[in-house]
Design a protein. Structure first.
Length: 258
């Protein structure tokens, strides 16, 4: 039997789609999650309970894995989590580490982005075979930025900020492709098909969800928002995604997901 591909964060927004794609292609898969497998989960994949926050279960999760697709993230300490994964991967052998990252982390001075950039460096200097893919934000995140404010009288957004959201399934397809190929280092970025003002994206989300709220742009100071207004989170030359944000919203409406 071929070595399994380990997917960290295999139950998250991106990880669960990566797992589904690998299973559909008949590839041996091992899901790593902090939680035990559900009793009704009969998918043809292995399961490993592991926690990147403290290292519990990592050695068992990585045993015999030929490739690790690292979809888990820790907004509080992504650097420490990635370091634990790299150290466990070294102990297990030399698996190919496929790392998902974010467009603009070297240009937008958000603390989380800085930690993501440092996590990239750990992967690059790990001594392991590696591949890094940066993408723009997922459609899901843009939607949640709006719906999380659904109980407020108005929806707030940063004035002048644009985004280039991408469909998570398209990113998952690319990660599966990279996981099945030779290590490639830093590969070309992936970005969504459209650059749109965040206010416009929020208004479209409200309409699709049937919510009557006014979107209020707020002028925010500081280096972070200056960089965002300058488009540091965008990659218009890498608009390789095909599913638009409006198509994503329409699919949610058809599925009754509001």
């Amino acid at each position: 039997m071929d070595s399994p591909i380990l997917v960290t964060g295999g139950t998250g927004t991106l990880g669960r789609v990566v797992v589904a794609r690998l299973i559909a292609e008949g590839v041996p898969v091992r899901v790593m999650s902090r939680r035990a497998r559900r009793a009704d989960d009969d998918r043809p994949c292995e399961w490993a309970v592991g926690d990147l926050a403290d290292g519990t279960g990592l050695d068992a999760a990585l045993a015999d894995a030929g490739v690790v697709v690292h979809c888990a993230t820790d907004s509080r300490n992504d650097v420490a989590a990635t370091r634990r994964l790299v150290e466990a991967a070294r102990r297990s052998g030399r698996p190919h580490l496929v790392f998902i990252s974010i467009v603009g982390i070297d240009r937008v001075p958000l603390p989380y982005y800085r930690s993501k950039l440092e996590a990239e460096r750990l992967v690059e200097e790990s001594g392991l075979p590696w591949t890094i893919l940066r993408t723009t934000q997922f459609h899901d995140l843009v939607m949640k930025m709006t719906t999380v404010q659904r109980r407020l009288p108005v929806v707030l957004t940063a004035r002048g900020v644009r985004m280039q959201p991408i469909e998570v399934a398209e990113v998952a397809d690319r990660l599966v492709e990279l996981a099945r190929e030779a290590p490639a280092g830093r590969v070309p970025d992936m970005a969504g098909p459209e650059v749109r003002d965040v206010r416009d994206l929020m208004e479209a989300t409200l309409r699709a969800a049937g919510l009557r709220r006014r979107v209020v742009p707020v002028g925010l100071p500081g280096k972070i928002f200056r960089s965002l207004r300058a488009g540091a989170d965008l990659a218009p030359d890498r608009a390789v995604g095909t599913r638009t944000f409006d198509e994503y919203l329409a699919a949610r409406t058809r599925a009754g997901q509001w």
